[in-house]
Design a protein around this ligand. Structure first.
Ligand SMILES: [Zn+2]
Length: 255
């Protein structure tokens, strides 16, 4: 059996037995791959095998058909990203991105998700602290969109009329997007105005909009959208992340 080599990012790891670890990688060519790495614990720090969470590199693995657990041959680390663990908000955002990918990805290649995840992790390392909450939101939205789920923001999900520039509607989670003002009467979703819609457009494009505020409410939007459409349950790490964002002003809507 010939081993395969693929670019991979390590998303979760736990000890197994006396000297081994079970590692869950998201790979560019094979989607989610769980491997057993034998004898890696207790190894001295020399060499290129840096098995830290969020590290990227070339994973070489013996893949057996119809198995969930494969055997790692080697991991040549190219990017350690251990700086993410040194800052609580950066770590929480990276953990949320990891949980999102671990909860939805399967063993089929999704290179766009892989590239979006890697770019997102690197963004979380380098961005200044002012833009960090917005970057966390952009990472979650861009991964969600790369999985094939994007909210409908321009036209009403109910009557299909285009939303006007200054129109305030409500977000309809089960329908996956905006309701116009007329269709929002009696609806329960959060009020979303024109500024927030433009901010959502920017976040989906991976950009942090100028003057972004209400980041907790924005996190609520992306969390509920993910729970409705991507994962079908709330992600624990998103609640953890929400507790670290700045508290919002006491208003009932986003923008
Ligand atoms: Zn409508």
């Amino acid at each position: 059996m010939a081993p395969v080599t693929t670019r991979a990012v390590l998303l979760r790891a736990h000890d197994y037995g006396d000297s081994s670890r079970i590692l869950r990688f998201f790979t560019r060519d094979h989607g989610l791959v769980s491997v057993i790495a034998r004898g890696v614990r207790g190894r001295s720090g020399k060499g290129t095998t840096t098995l830290a969470t969020f590290a990227s590199g070339d994973l070489t693995v013996y893949m057996k058909a119809h198995r969930d657990l494969h055997t790692m041959k080697d991991f040549v680390c190219a990017e350690v990203r251990d700086d993410l663990a040194a800052h609580m908000l950066r770590f929480a955002a990276a953990s949320a991105a990891a949980e999102l990918v671990l909860s939805h990805a399967e063993a089929d290649p999704q290179p766009a998700v892989f590239d979006t995840l890697e770019a997102g992790l690197d963004g979380l390392r380098t961005v200044g602290s002012d833009a960090l909450p917005g970057t966390a939101l952009a990472v979650l939205w861009t991964i969600t969109e790369a999985f094939g789920f994007a909210p409908q923001l321009d036209g009403c999900v109910r009557c299909e009329e285009a939303l006007q520039g200054d129109e305030v509607g409500r977000f309809d989670f089960s329908a996956g997007g905006m309701r116009c003002a007329a269709c929002s009467e009696g609806a329960a979703g959060p009020r979303v105005g024109p500024i927030a819609r433009r901010q959502l457009d920017a976040l989906l494009a991976g950009q942090v909009p100028d003057g972004l505020s209400h980041t907790r409410r924005h996190l609520g939007l992306v969390s509920d959208f993910i729970a409705y459409h991507v994962v079908n349950r709330p992600l624990k790490s998103l609640r953890f992340l929400g507790g670290m964002l700045p508290a919002d002003d006491a208003e009932a809507s986003v923008g």
